[in-house]
Design a protein around this ligand. Structure first.
Ligand SMILES: O=c1ccn([C@@H]2O[C@H](COP(=O)(O)O)[C@@H](O)[C@H]2O)c(=O)[nH]1
Length: 238
């Protein structure tokens, strides 16, 4: 998990995923399957990606009552992904239930998937936290509060933006995972993301893993873009 670059496979079907992955045949990847692809293709897309030896983050961001999340996680555990997640806003009882579900669904001899919690989405701004969510303490404190709840519930880490990761590590330890979307090379647009940062900035923050979607998947040459971002993230310059 540490130092991974996770590619968000935000595609509507398997056909487009296959086409996208073609140039990557020599790369062992860490890929993220989100709602669009999973709702369209179901567990078969996970099986296909596993056969290609890619690591998988199943990003379904579960958020429901504890019993429902526990049962859903039990089912997801059987898919044998590397990483799954919930929304921390579901609360500590829900997060503990998610872990119980994952543990009960993990086959003997199989490793339980890591489970992380989304704190504040990277598409959320400071203003939205104050005006829409009415959280007076502000964004950074809200992210930290969710991260503490997640850690207290036994989760392995959080999804946050690159701007909160080092603060979280200082408060909750280096081993607690920080997985950060919102990564944008200096020359690319932000689209709907609000809390963005370059891969170089991410490297300096001690982040556990970065998630990159459109800057790679929508690039004219996705492999070239992937390698460029990966090198910047790892601090390799040619
Ligand atoms: O706070 C969050 C949580 C999840 N995401 C997901 O990450 C990718 C980012 O894609 P880009 O194209 O690089 O913006 C996407 O799949 C989101 O669902 C996030 O962005 N922020």
């Amino acid at each position: 998990m540490k130092d991974s670059l996770i590619i968000a496979l935000d595609f509507p079907n398997k056909g487009q995923v296959r086409e996208f992955l073609e140039p990557f045949e020599n790369e062992q990847l860490f890929v993220k399957v989100g709602m669009e692809l999973f709702y369209a293709e179901g567990p078969s897309i996970i099986e296909e990606l596993k056969k290609q030896n890619h690591k998988i983050f199943l990003d379904l961001k579960l958020h429901d009552i504890p019993n429902t999340v526990k049962s859903a996680m039990k089912v997801l555990a059987s898919l044998d992904c590397d990483l799954v997640n919930v929304h921390a806003a579901g609360g500590s009882e829900m997060m503990s239930a998610a872990l119980e579900g994952l543990e009960s669904g993990t086959a003997p001899g199989q490793k339980r998937p890591c489970c992380i919690a989304v704190t504040q989405l990277t598409s959320t701004s400071e203003i939205q936290v104050k005006l829409e969510q009415q959280i007076e303490v502000g964004l950074q404190e809200s992210v930290l509060n969710y991260a503490k709840l997640a850690q207290g519930s036994g989760l392995d880490g959080v999804v946050c933006s690159p701007h909160e990761a080092s603060f979280i590590h200082c408060q909750l330890g280096a081993e607690f995972l920080t997985v950060t979307p919102g990564i944008r090379p200096a020359d690319s647009g932000h689209q709907d993301q609000k809390r963005t940062a370059t891969p170089e900035f991410a490297r300096e923050q001690g982040i556990s893993a970065i998630v990159v979607g459109r800057p790679i998947t929508r690039a004219i040459n996705p492999l070239e873009s992937y390698l460029k971002i990966k090198n910047a993230w790892k601090g390799v310059y040619q």
